[in-house]
Design a protein. Structure first.
Length: 374
């Protein structure tokens, strides 16, 4: 069956999902590489490069932003503890286990400064979250990179062997970016317990809300008082990447130490917090987004199989697959077709990482993929 017929069938089967998530197109159209342009000038861009929610934000979050706009002349102090309490209750924690920040990366940097990243020794997988890697490089960390295993997962045994007595902390992104893989929960739990006796453990759960089995959060170890910090974000399934809301979870004494590094007594706007609260409670919207993400990923697998591309099975809202040509040339050819995606070199091999988009966006990407034949 032709690609066009496959896509028409998929678009038809996805109609209800797409309709229930319909939002102004410009909310999902601004390319990361064109930050100076207005979204309305970029409506023809197919933006699949930053793992965002292509359907935008929850309608309830939109209403909350409008209502909160009337009070933007006030600092967000009343809203801050409301969101903290909501997250704490949902994770069976107390509010002193939670810290909010302008995205999870800000909190990761604050915790990194507090726990020895500046000039200290840090262990992390390779490849893993590039913003974390770049942060460690910028602050002069002695960065010990541990290659992923053959399944493109974190090699916990190899990481453990690099945890000498003088390592300041270890960073693990689970699910991992850019490979979209997860670590066996029991193995990761044992690793955290053991490694936490020697150093601080950072667990980045940015894709927690999208992850599939066998993924499990390590939040139970926070409840048990283990020596680790969990980072999460509202930038993915909640669609609030532009609002900049993230949170860290750790035992209270660790949260206090991270808070000591913050120079901002009001790090998140009132509008952002109100949007996050509304989105957190809109479970119907989140479930619909998960279903749409699953539909897009499943359809992409079919296309990649048909075209003969090797890909890493994904537990997130993006897929990594191997290509056969120079990655920069391929990226430019997609850009010439107004399609934004990410390319990487892993083990001297070129790869594409593509975020899941709307049915229309994925159809455009798959048509371009077949035409470009990277």
């Amino acid at each position: 069956m032709s690609l066009s017929m496959d896509r028409r069938q998929w678009l038809k089967s996805s109609a209800l999902v797409a309709a229930s998530l319909a939002l102004p197109r410009d909310l999902a159209a601004t390319p990361h590489a064109a930050q100076s342009a207005h979204p309305r000038d970029l409506q023809d861009i197919v933006k699949l490069n930053s793992n965002e929610n292509p359907f935008g934000i929850s309608p309830k979050a939109r209403e909350a932003i409008v209502e909160a706009a009337e009070f933007t002349h006030y600092y967000p102090h009343p809203a801050y503890p409301e969101l903290v309490d909501l997250i704490a209750r949902d994770n069976d924690l107390t509010s002193d286990h939670i810290m909010l920040g302008a995205g999870s990366t800000e909190l990761l940097c604050l915790a990194g400064f507090r726990f020895g990243a500046q000039g200290g020794k840090v262990v992390m997988g390779d490849p893993s979250y590039f913003d974390a890697h770049d942060f460690y490089v910028r602050v002069g960390a002695d960065l010990r990179l541990v290659p992923l295993n053959e399944a493109f997962e974190h090699d916990l045994d190899a990481i453990d062997r690099r945890l000498t007595w003088d390592v300041n902390h270890v960073y693990i992104c689970n699910p991992n970016n850019p490979t979209a893989t997860v670590v066996d929960p029991s193995a990761l739990r044992s690793f955290c317990e053991e490694a936490g006796r020697r150093t601080m453990v950072f667990i980045d759960e940015a894709y927690h809300d999208l992850a599939l089995d066998p993924y499990e959060s390590m939040v139970d170890l926070v409840r048990d008082g283990e020596n680790l910090i969990i980072f999460r974000t509202f930038s993915k399934i909640h669609g609030l990447a532009g609002a900049r809301v993230g949170y860290a979870m750790a035992k209270p004494e660790i949260i206090e130490q991270i808070e000591e590094m913050s120079t901002n007594f009001a790090p998140i706007s009132n509008l952002s917090i109100r949007a996050a609260i509304a989105s957190y409670e809109d479970t119907e919207f989140l479930d619909t987004c998960r279903a749409a993400n699953h539909e897009a990923r499943t359809h992409l697998y079919t296309t990649l199989d048909r075209l003969g591309y090797f890909y890493v099975p994904s537990h997130t809202n993006f897929v990594l697959f191997r290509i056969r040509r120079d990655r920069r040339e391929v990226q430019q050819e997609f850009r010439d077709r107004s399609i934004m995606l990410r390319t990487f070199t892993i083990n001297d091999t070129p790869w594409i990482r593509v975020s899941m988009g709307t049915p229309e966006q994925m159809g455009a990407f798959e048509e371009a993929l077949e035409a470009i034949a990277p």
